[in-house]
Design a binder for this molecule. Structure first.
Ligand SMILES: Cc1cc2nc3c(=O)[nH]c(=O)nc-3n(C[C@H](O)[C@H](O)[C@H](O)COP(=O)(O)OP(=O)(O)OC[C@H]3O[C@@H](n4cnc5c(N)ncnc54)[C@H](O)[C@@H]3O)c2cc1C
Ligand SMILES: *[C@@H]1O[C@H](CO)[C@@H](O)[C@H](O)[C@H]1NC(C)=O
Ligand SMILES: *[C@@H]1O[C@H](CO)[C@@H](O)[C@H](O)[C@H]1NC(C)=O
Ligand SMILES: *[C@@H]1O[C@H](CO)[C@@H](O)[C@H](O)[C@H]1NC(C)=O
Ligand SMILES: *[C@@H]1O[C@H](CO)[C@@H](O)[C@H](O)[C@H]1NC(C)=O
Ligand SMILES: *[C@@H]1O[C@H](CO)[C@@H](O)[C@H](O)[C@H]1NC(C)=O
Ligand SMILES: *[C@@H]1O[C@H](CO)[C@@H](O)[C@H](O)[C@H]1NC(C)=O
Ligand SMILES: *[C@@H]1O[C@H](CO)[C@@H](O)[C@H](O)[C@H]1NC(C)=O
Ligand SMILES: *[C@@H]1O[C@H](CO)[C@@H](O)[C@H](O)[C@H]1NC(C)=O
Ligand SMILES: *[C@@H]1O[C@H](CO)[C@@H](O)[C@H](O)[C@H]1NC(C)=O
Ligand SMILES: *[C@@H]1O[C@H](CO)[C@@H](O)[C@H](O)[C@H]1NC(C)=O
Length: 770
């Protein structure tokens, strides 16, 4: 029983909001192969994969493991699971790399696997500092009972050991349990090479022909100038007053208010059902017979990041974005803060006409009230981290408040986490605004419809082009004569629709052009800073143990094997531990940067931890995490755009671009831990006492810094005017997080939804509409 202990750790939630490590594209200089993977920052082992074209139907890939020479053995699980899935391991024997495919039926020694055909490629080598295994793995993406989905986002795993295998000369040698392992996020859908590059590499060739494959994009050419094309004359299109693109919080609130005002509204969503109420049926076995799904049960939040088939993430956005009914609000942690006045201030970039957000925030609260005790019995569960945090911060002069009772108070305060859950289930806009919209005959909702671009004649938008030819000729849905389009496709999705409509910086529109997609004539391109000036909270995790804390099995069992009493209580009464997502406490502190600007820091505390890095033993049953985010006042900005495959991504990462942001968050982290010695039994295990906080922050993986709180890619004042109308157009509006000019003080959904209430009331008031 060599691999015991993995039961807990293999289910770790590695890919959550604040601390996901994401694989990226890199070119190995030894062989010129473009791989997709990562270098684990602790052991410096590089793991990479590249696949043949998606449409080739091939079941193979090329991979590599590049390890410092003292790595005794290393292995990978491309599918991110240990049991009944392809495992590959390698080590060094003399000056040769020895490797094999393995298969485990339990958390025990994996044995040789029959099926895969492994071929070492010529760049495999051992030198004085490293060993490197570059291999072709044929018959490797499907296996008995499963396989690797290379069309979507996944969480591959790596394993590392500093203990030699029993017999290095024997590829089937036994070995002891890995001494460390981890997961990272990888967008397998973009990890595909062109057929010619792949064939060249697989045959031992090097370098790349430089050609690209567009694996994730619909390349259907659509007319961008005519809404009345007669290519498919049998389809007749229905015209709408308002066409809304995207059923996230912005789009849903806009759709509800516009249909309430009597407009004929069409809401288009590229994804499908989420919660039970919307037709979703993806649920754990233990909830059989109840109207519940993964998206309904708050306690299943962490499992969104460890599922082997995460169909809800957008496959053509290279960060976490929800592509299903509700958008981010169906997959987020549901932390919900009523906006502070500072969130809508002119200092944040809002026009002065926007600062009185109170009436709109009130409308929002009327529909979605927050709760800091989501369990329906009004009790709080799993509260040990609250006690410990109260002691830790109490010594620093913090006071306890009910956070949403006084949204403007965000310095030296902590309180119970507040949520948009309702009745012990996911609430948010899907359970409220979307339901009222659904009752109206003049509201039409279509799922699984992907909007490619808006159709325009100069400044006048005449409709939207979709991938669904049943909605109109060539898939174009027209507007009524004074009709309007509202983009609500999110911080990554709305910029992409704009680029594809000839709106944005020239370099991005040229990417669309190079992909061979139709665009308006060049003189009709509208030059706007779409994608610039984006921000997202940089966030850093600290991991602790305390003897009072129940780490709740690190949330690893809630899907397949929850604590029975908790599951029964939840099923019977929507109460107990599972009626809440993982966070338990939040806190805020105003910090002063060396440039004299105030920057706020938010803390989120939860039982469990995503990854631990310590040289000391620790008790995983007692661990908890404090995530510290830098928010309002931070000065770093990045840029969002599209690549040649039209995947939306950060072209410039927005975290710690300004060194003062890093310094200031470091100052906040040092302060948080300053009173650890005063709390009996409290131990910080990551970073541990062999690493200074300064080094910890300096070495923190860039891929783990993000928080999925992107704002600003279509900032008000830069891309849209104070009525959220896109500059240079007559009737194109944007109502989503992309118009929010700077980060709010807390997690953004409250601000996004208050913004949507205000935006839609301005759109309705604006003359010239339907
Ligand atoms: C993992 C995660 C955790 C988070 N946790 C929190 C939290 O705890 N608290 C908090 O306040 N915030 C949280 N957030 C952030 C919050 O959810 C987002 O800020 C919010 O959802 C943004 O809303 P939006 O309307 O701008 O866009 P989105 O929610 O992204 O919705 C956009 C919608 O448009 C659809 N779409 C996109 N492109 C097209 C197209 N071309 N055609 C048709 N449809 C399209 C998408 O499928 C999606 O449904 C989290 C986000 C993520 C991803
Ligand atoms: C990993 O690389 C970093 C930076 O090159 C170095 O500081 C560190 O010591 C290396 N760690 C190991 C285990 O080799
Ligand atoms: C492919 O692998 C499977 C096991 O995963 C095996 O059953 C099958 O025989 C293999 N096919 C070939 C052609 O080797
Ligand atoms: C050994 O190979 C690795 C991987 O290719 C390379 O990074 C390293 O520089 C090489 N070391 C020496 C001493 O050549
Ligand atoms: C839309 O619905 C509202 C409320 O149900 C109704 O008052 C209005 O007349 C309808 N408008 C159209 C155009 O159907
Ligand atoms: C939290 O602290 C209070 C006293 O402040 C104590 O009564 C309670 O039992 C503690 N709860 C836990 C879970 O430690
Ligand atoms: C349109 O795109 C969506 C999202 O990618 C997809 O689910 C749907 O099947 C597509 N529809 C058609 C008709 O191709
Ligand atoms: C980005 O924001 C800064 C400060 O808010 C502003 O001065 C600048 O003009 C903006 N740039 C773009 C391209 O919008
Ligand atoms: C559900 O709530 C009722 C009423 O409070 C209680 O009697 C019952 O024991 C609860 N059921 C479970 C399984 O917790
Ligand atoms: C680890 O913590 C759990 C929960 O507090 C406790 O039951 C267990 O005895 C601890 N294990 C060790 C080895 O201390
Ligand atoms: C560092 O932490 C470990 C484990 O908590 C402890 O045993 C050790 O004494 C500490 N060392 C110092 C110098 O504080």
């Amino acid at each position: 029983m060599r691999l015991l202990g993995c039961t807990l750790t293999l289910g770790l939630a590695f890919l959550r909001t604040a601390h996901a490590q994401l694989g990226t594209q890199y070119v190995d200089p030894d062989n010129g192969i473009t791989f997709y993977g990562l270098t684990d920052p602790v052991h410096n082992v590089t793991y990479g994969y590249v696949f043949p074209p998606l449409d080739s139907g091939a079941t193979e890939f090329i991979g590599e493991i590049v390890a410092p020479i003292d790595t005794e053995w290393s292995g990978v699980s491309p599918a991110g699971v240990m049991i009944e899935a392809l495992l590959l391991v390698a080590w060094v024997n003399g000056d040769e790399v020895v490797s094999s495919a393995r298969w485990a039926t339990d958390y025990i020694q994996p044995l040789a696997m029959v099926g895969p055909i492994l071929t070492d490629l010529p760049s495999t080598k051992v030198n004085s500092t490293h060993w490197k295994w570059v291999y072709r793995c044929e018959n490797c993406t499907t296996w008995s009972g499963g396989g690797l989905d290379t069309t979507s986002f996944g969480a591959p795993a790596w394993a590392f050991s500093s203990i030699p295998v029993d017999d290095p000369s024997d590829p089937e040698s036994d070995f002891q349990e890995h001494t460390d392992f981890g997961f990272y996020g990888l967008d397998f859908s973009s990890a595909h090479a062109s057929a010619s590059d792949y064939a060249n590499w697989a045959a031992g060739g090097t370098g790349s022909s430089g050609t690209f494959t567009s694996t994730t994009t619909t390349t259907t050419a659509t007319s961008t100038t005519s809404a009345t094309s007669s290519a498919t004359p049998t389809v007749t299109a229905t015209a709408y007053d308002y066409i809304i693109v995207g059923a996230g919080p912005g789009g849903i609130i806009a759709a509800d208010r516009l249909s309430e005002a009597g407009k004929n509204v069409l809401l288009l969503e590229r994804g499908g059902p989420s919660t039970w109420e919307t037709g979703g049926r993806y649920a754990p076995d233990w909830a059989d017979g109840q109207p519940l799904t993964k998206f309904d049960v708050p306690g299943l939040f962490e499992t969104l990041f460890t599922d082997s088939n995460p169909f809800w993430w957008c496959k053509d956005v290279n960060t976490f974005a929800g592509c299903l009914v509700g958008g981010g609000t169906s997959v987020n942690g549901a932390l919900y803060w009523y906006p502070a006045d500072s969130d809508f201030s002119t200092e944040q970039g809002w026009p002065s006409s926007w600062v009185n957000h109170a009436p709109y925030t009130a409308k929002l609260i009327d529909r979605i009230p927050s709760t800091d005790h989501p369990s329906t019995d009004g009790l709080r569960y799993l509260e040990q981290t609250e006690n410990v945090t109260a002691m830790l911060l109490g010594y620093q002069g913090y006071r306890q408040v009910t956070i949403n009772d006084d949204p403007d108070s965000k310095d030296h305060i902590y309180g119970y986490s507040a949520y948009s859950f309702i009745g012990g289930q996911r609430g948010g806009p899907v359970a409220t605004y979307l339901q009222s919209a659904n009752t109206r005959p003049n509201f039409t909702f279509k799922q699984w419809v992907y909007v490619l671009n808006v159709v325009r004649d100069g400044a006048q938008i005449t409709g939207v082009a979709t991938n669904d030819t049943s909605l109109g000729p060539d898939g174009v849905v027209p507007l009524t004569p004074n009709g309007r389009v509202v983009l609500a496709a999110g911080s990554f999705g709305s910029p992409r629709v704009l680029f594809r409509s000839g709106i944005g910086p020239e370099d991005m529109i040229e990417v669309v052009q190079a992909a061979g997609l139709e665009l308006p004539d060049e003189e009709d391109w509208i030059d706007l800073p779409v994608g610039y000036n984006v921000s997202d909270n940089p966030s850093i995790n600290l991991v602790f143990t305390h003897p009072s804390v129940d780490a709740y099995d690190n949330w690893a069992t809630v899907w397949s094997d929850p604590r029975e009493a908790d599951a029964n209580q939840y099923l019977a009464n929507r109460s107990g531990v599972l009626a809440q997502a993982s966070p338990r406490v939040n806190f805020w502190r105003a910090l002063c940067g060396s440039d004299g600007n105030t920057r706020w820091m938010q803390g989120t505390v939860r039982p469990g931890a995503a990854s631990v890095d310590t040289v000391y033993p620790y008790n995983a049953s007692q661990m908890f995490t404090i995530t510290a985010y830098l928010s309002t006042g931070l000065t770093s900005r990045g840029r969002i755009g599209i690549d040649v495959a039209l995947t939306a991504r950060a072209l410039v990462n927005p975290w710690f671009v300004d060194e003062i942001d890093r310094e200031t968050l470091l100052q906040g982290l040092e302060e948080i831990v300053s009173t650890v010695p005063l709390v009996n039994g409290l131990t910080m295990i990551t970073p541990d006492n062999t690493t200074t906080m300064e080094d910890y922050v300096a070495d923190y993986s860039v891929a783990s810094l993000g928080s999925n709180h992107w704002v600003g890619s279509n900032a008000i004042g830069a891309v849209v005017d104070e009525n959220t109308l896109v500059f240079g157009t007559n009737n194109l509006f944007i109502v989503d997080a992309s118009i929010v000019p700077a980060l709010p003080v807390g997690n953004p959904q409250g601000v996004v939804m208050s913004m949507a209430e205000q935006a839609v009331s301005r759109i309705l008031a604006l003359a010239g509409g339907p």
